[in-house]
Structure formats: C-alpha cells, structure tokens
Design a protein around this ligand. Structure first.
Ligand code: NAD
Ligand code: TYD
Length: 367
C-alpha cells in the first residue's frame, strides 16, 4: 500500500477505525484484515447500533484490538494515537439513522459534529508531532453521505463532488457540518484528510432499522412492510463490500483534501426495492400459505421532510482512482437476503428490548 507507510513497533501497518462495531465499520475491518497483515484498532462507543457480534470472527485474532470509547473523548483518542502510532484514522463513527434524528437530534449534534471536532483535534495534535516519513504518510479519512447534497428532482443530474451542500434532516445537517470541519482542518492546518460521500449501503450486518434489513426481518416475522408515503422516493444503492473497497482505494491513492463520491449506479424507488426483497424471499423461503411476501406491504405516513431522490455521479473515483463497484443491485441484494436467511441468530440477538422500543415508537406514530 503506497500511501500508507507508517508501521507500528512490530513492523506492521496499523490503522485506527472509529465506529468499527457498526454496519459499515465492521464490514471494513473484516475486509481489511482479510487482505492486509496489519493491525486494526477499533474504537466504538457501542451505542444501540454498535454490535461486537459483528466482529466475533476476530475474537482470537491478535491483529484486532477493540476499545470501547467515544470519538468525542479527545484524551482517550490522544492516548490511543500515542500508544499505537497508526498511519491512518478512518472515521465511520456517527449517529446514522434519519428517523432517529427527527425524533431526537441531540445525539447527532454531539457525535457527528462535536465528536468529529474532538477526533480532528486529537488527530492534528498527533500528526503535528510525527517525524517524516510518517507525517507525510498519515491519512485522516472521513466517511460521509450523499445526503449532505439535499434532494434531487427526477430529471436533475446526479450529485457530483462540487454539488452545493443543502442538507435537509438533522442527520444530514450534522454530517454536512462534520464534512466542513474536516475540510477546514486540511485548509487551515494542512491535516492530510480525505472525504468520501457515499450512497445508501446494504449488505451483511445491517441493523434492521434501515429499509432493506427491516423489510427482510419483518417479512420473515409475518409483520407489515411499512413503506413511507408513496414509496417512490429514489436512492442509489451500494453493496457494502464495494464501499469498503472504494475506501481502501481512496486511502491508498486519493489526493489529499479531495472529496470522492461513491455510488453503485443503482437508482431504485423504495417500493421497487421492497418488491425485489419480497420476490427473493418468495423464491428462497416461500411463505407457508403459498402467497407472496408482497401481500405484507403497507403504506404508512411519510417521513417529515423526506428527500425525494439521491443519485451519485461516481465518475471521479472511477476515472482518477480506477475503482468501480463489483456488484450489480441484483447480485448484491441476492447475497444480502441469503446472508439474513443464514444468520437468523444475529438477527434475533440484535432485536433487543431497546430495538423493540424504537420500532414501536417510530411506527406507532405512522398509523
Ligand atoms: P451505524 O449506525 O451502523 O454504525 C455507527 C457506529 O458508530 C456504531 O457502531 C456506533 O456504536 C458507533 N458510534 C456512535 N457514536 C459514537 C461515538 N460518539 N464514538 C464512537 N463510536 C460511536 O452506521 P453505518 O451505517 O455503519 O455508517 C457508518 C458511517 O457511514 C457513518 O458516518 C454514516 O454517516 C456513513 N454513511 C452510512 C450510509 C449507510 O447507508 N449506512 C450511507 C452513507 C454514509
Ligand atoms: P433508510 O434505510 O432509513 O436510509 P436513508 O433515510 O438514509 O436513505 O431509508 C431508505 C429509504 O426507505 C428512505 O427513503 C425512507 C424509506 N423507508 C421506508 O419507506 N420505510 C421504512 O420503514 C424505512 C426504515 C425507510
């Protein structure tokens, strides 16, 4: 890996991954360790969304060091950086669910804005004290979202990296603020940052509060499949392992201070997604009464301020860095549904009391 030259005291590449027990962070750590003989320090607060079961396959792997803690705890982060001497910080830690941000925005401000600020401060102090060539080789990669760009009309071109920021939810506003801080730390202090803005991920270990895993889990449980509004909102869908590959590529080859948009070239309306999930379940785990799971679809009250369409123009990362998604939506969604069918224990374990309370709160109000 050319850009990542810093090695730890054992001569191995060492990286710090925040939010490592969440959906994308865990997939990233698992994929990274499958491909590198380096060491990963995972830092995660273990909120409702963080789940150490996602990393259980690394339980006895000495290349994985997990620390429970908050990115906003600059003292802790500073200590970890000084102790482990990583060559990169990859920041996945965030409050990530739009509906939760509508019910309670404060945690989003704390983690996504204040937490990222403290993480940047700790990274800047550490980086400033590095000697060459470690200093030049250091990277701070911030993982963000296409939602910072706001909503597109049906015929508008997809989001490019220079699209204006127009966040509409407390979640996207807090991510937008964190992107601006990351940018400012590069321009003001020279911190070697990279920012990625990706579309909706899906795949293994996706917490079942988000559209695709919620539909799979509810369908199998015989529950309603709640489609917000008319179900014609459009998202671009990116298989999580393609996203992880894109982040590795940006880390290795990305130009400092640049933003890279990452998408799957899979624009789909929510209702089509739900029908696709139902059709796959009809094939792989048919209902005992012979009817289609799509009979469980229920239209419910829309999300307030619901963005109509997101779409990513991923040509920059493709042309500059040579990354392209490997999965089509058809191949990725089949793998995803199969994973949930094969991992029913994981599903029942994440459906704790706290999960049930959230589901009751979010859907009771939708009628
Ligand atoms: P997630 O909610 O599944 O995981 C977030 C993780 O961060 C959890 O493990 C949680 O415990 C941890 N965390 C929360 N607050 C923390 C704090 N203060 N300190 C340390 N850890 C904390 O989210 P995800 O889907 O894996 O998303 C990862 C990143 O990717 C986020 O920054 C999100 O904004 C971004 N993103 C996600 C998607 C998507 O479709 N999932 C799309 C675009 C961007
Ligand atoms: P979600 O997975 O929450 O991701 P995001 O809001 O970050 O795009 O939602 C994806 C889309 O699915 C979004 O348009 C809202 C919609 N949706 C439903 O229709 N029903 C649901 O129960 C959920 C959770 C989401």
């Amino acid at each position: 890996m050319s850009a990542l030259r810093n090695t730890d005291y054992r001569g191995k590449v060492m990286i710090l991954v925040t939010g490592s027990a969440g959906f994308i962070g865990a997939n990233f750590v698992l994929d990274w360790l499958a491909q590198h003989d380096g060491i990963v320090i995972g830092l995660d607060k273990l909120t409702y969304a963080g789940n150490l079961e996602n990393l259980v396959s690394l339980k006895d792997d000495p290349r994985h060091i997990f620390v429970r803690g908050d990115i906003g705890d600059a003292g802790l982060v500073g200590k970890l950086l000084a102790q482990y001497h990583p060559c990169a910080v990859i920041n996945f830690a965030a409050e990530s669910h739009v509906d939760r941000s509508i019910h309670g925005p404060e945690d989003f401000i704390q983690t996504n804005i204040v937490g990222t600020f403290h993480l940047l401060e700790a990274a800047r102090a550490y980086w400033s004290g590095l000697a060459e060539p470690e200093k030049t080789g250091f990277r701070f990669l911030h993982v963000s979202t296409d939602e910072v760009y706001g909503s597109l009309a049906k015929d508008e071109p997809a989001f490019g990296e220079t699209h204006r920021y127009e966040p509409n939810s407390p979640y996207s506003a807090s991510k937008a603020a964190s992107d601006h801080l990351v940018r400012a730390y590069h321009h003001t202090y020279g911190l070697p940052v990279l920012t990625t803005n990706c579309s909706n991920n899906y795949g293994p270990y996706h917490f079942p509060e988000k559209l695709i895993p919620l539909m799979i889990v509810n369908a199998l449980a015989g529950k309603p499949l709640p489609v917000y509004g008319d179900g014609q909102q459009i998202r671009d869908w990116l298989y999580v392992k393609d996203h992880c590959a894109a982040i590795r590529c940006v880390l290795e080859k990305g130009r400092l201070g640049e933003t890279y948009n990452i998408g799957g070239w899979n624009e789909k309306a929510n209702l089509d997604i739900v029908h696709t999930v139902c059709a796959l379940l009809d094939e792989l785990r048919p209902r005992s009464d012979g009817k289609s799971y799509s009979e469980q679809i229920t239209f419910v009250t829309d999300r307030p301020g619901h963005d109509r369409r997101y779409a990513i123009d991923a040509r920059k990362i493709e042309n500059e860095l040579g990354w392209k998604p490997a999965e089509t939506f058809e191949t990725g969604i089949r793998k995803t549904v199969r994973w949930y069918l094969d991992n029913q224990n994981w599903v029942s374990n994440v459906q704790s009391g706290a999960y049930r309370q959230w589901v009751e709160k979010n859907y009771a109000e939708r009628g």
